[in-house]
Design a protein. Structure first.
Length: 489
């Protein structure tokens, strides 16, 4: 006879699985099975945590403690380094919490948060960084803020500072962990020297106010590149580029004196390079620098783009043109930061675009774009293409006109945002011009920001209903040079 498990009940529906005529005893059996499965899952989780604890066990620096003494007398103990894109302290609790799903991590923070607290916790970096960690060698007694900010620099075992100045997020007694992070590291040096400088107007120290030396966790053997003679010429299609000179300013400390006699920040290493360009094209072209990248065989990379760094490029797009047909046009540019000179060669990659002489299919205009009401945003995307490359106007934000005399990006400036979907490599977008249906609008600034390309508007004509925005979308050209690093004096 059927045991009743699949016999319809009085309502005509089959009984659920497990709800048999055996009654409550069978239900208790199912519950016991569920608890066994839960117990097994917890056991597996604890085993995984134990394995993770063994793999992530803390490795304290060997030898006597390394103490960093700040100008006010506060002492911080060096407790280790980490390397990666996340600023996770070198403690078991911090590593385990960072590995948890966000919902569990938030729960765990309630219990271990004070022990792993640090500034900008959970921040993700675009490139791997070396994090140098410190702690106050004291108990959990209340701590007070140091009230002073610092900038930091790395030097190799010869005392040569390079890379770029970094700004630690705060050596403040209110948190448990403190760190300085660096994306550029002298990997051929067995020892790293970490130098701190005061960061405030009026600081006149040309020497570090605090310094320590630690073993370099990234020390190793790396290949060496072979340098080329300078000057030398490279070609990219009908574009010729000649690297004429490269110099650097890296040393162990110093300061920059401003026009008013004050000091804004300690000496910043810099790279300066002179180059010349010419085009064999019959068109009236002007090639300008889009980006410059300096790297070495150990993995250090410095990259700067035209929107923030290169005066010749900004002047060209402002209308100060220098056509380069069959004639060399000389330029000199620089950017903050440099690499360590102990390499046989650095690689300098220069990427170029045109500021004049565009092909018709590279120029595109968004016509009759509706002007939003004051304080409003138009989020309706408008899509078109230039030479087969899609470009989308994603947003138009309207604020009152800017009345100050300066330019750039204001906190509350009207702006238009545009994007290149998929961000195709080797393709750049630049703003050319705009106009409103009732007159000429005035630009405040334009360029790539973290959230896309934007055109900031200083003013929009009164009663304007629509505007036209014209852009150029073009493919870049690149050349590379292997150059012997300048040696410090």
């Amino acid at each position: 006879m059927d045991d009743g498990a699949n016999v319809p009940d009085n309502n005509g529906f089959p009984k659920p699985e497990g709800e048999t005529s055996a009654g409550k005893g069978a239900g208790r059996g199912c519950r016991r099975l569920r608890w066994k499965l839960v117990g097994l899952a917890l056991a597996l989780l604890l085993a995984a945590v134990a394995v993770a604890a063994w793999l992530l066990r803390d490795r304290a620096p060997a030898g006597p403690p390394i103490i960093l003494t700040m100008p006010n007398g506060e002492k911080y103990q060096f407790v280790g380094t980490t390397y990666g894109k996340k600023n996770v302290p070198p403690s078991l609790e911090a590593k385990l919490v960072s590995a948890l799903p966000w919902c569990l991590a938030n729960w765990a923070q309630k219990y271990v948060g004070p022990q792993i607290s640090h500034y900008n916790g959970g921040e993700k970096f675009e490139t791997p960084n070396l994090f140098i960690w410190f702690q106050l060698p004291r108990t959990n007694a209340p701590r007070s803020s140091l009230g002073q900010q610092f900038c930091a620099s790395l030097a190799d075992e010869a005392g040569i500072e390079a890379g770029v100045l970094e700004y630690p997020p705060g050596f403040d007694g209110s948190v448990a962990w403190h760190y300085a992070s660096f994306s550029l590291i002298p990997r051929r040096s067995r020892v790293l020297q970490l130098d701190f400088y005061p960061f405030y107007v009026g600081a006149r120290s040309s020497t570090p106010v605090a310094s320590i030396s630690i073993p370099n966790p990234l020390y190793g053997n790396y290949p060496q590149w072979k340098p080329e003679p300078v000057p030398t010429v490279k070609k990219a299609g009908d574009l010729e580029v000649r690297l004429d000179d490269l110099v650097t300013t890296n040393r162990a400390g110093g300061a920059i004196i401003m026009a008013n006699g004050s000091v804004g920040h300690p000496f910043q290493p810099a790279t300066k390079f002179a180059f010349s360009v010419r085009s064999s094209s019959e068109t009236n072209e002007e090639w300008v620098l889009e980006s410059a990248e300096l790297d070495d065989a150990t993995g250090n990379v410095l990259r700067y783009s035209s929107t923030t760094s290169f005066s010749s490029t900004m002047m060209a797009f402002a209308g100060y043109h220098r056509p380069q047909q069959n004639e060399w046009a000389a330029y000199s540019e620089s950017f903050a930061g440099t690499l360590w000179p102990g390499e046989a060669a650095w690689r300098l990659k220069l990427e170029f675009k045109r500021a004049l002489g565009f092909a018709p299919e590279e120029v595109v205009t968004f016509k009759n774009v509706p002007v939003p009401a004051m304080g409003a945003t138009n989020n309706t995307p408008i899509s078109t293409n230039a030479g087969g490359i899609q470009i989308v106007l994603t947003k138009f934000v309207r604020w009152p006109d800017i009345t100050n005399k300066g330019g750039g990006f204001a906190d509350r400036a009207s702006y238009v945002a545009v994007e290149l979907p998929g961000k195709p490599k080797g393709v750049v977008l630049d703003f050319l011009r705009m106009k409103a249906d009732t007159g000429q609008a005035e630009k405040s600034g334009a360029g790539n920001l973290a959230f896309g390309y934007q055109v900031a508007l200083k003013s929009i004509p009164a009663n304007a209903k629509t505007m036209d925005f014209t852009f150029v979308v073009q493919k870049t050209r690149s050349v590379e040079f292997l150059v012997r690093p300048p040696q410090p004096e």
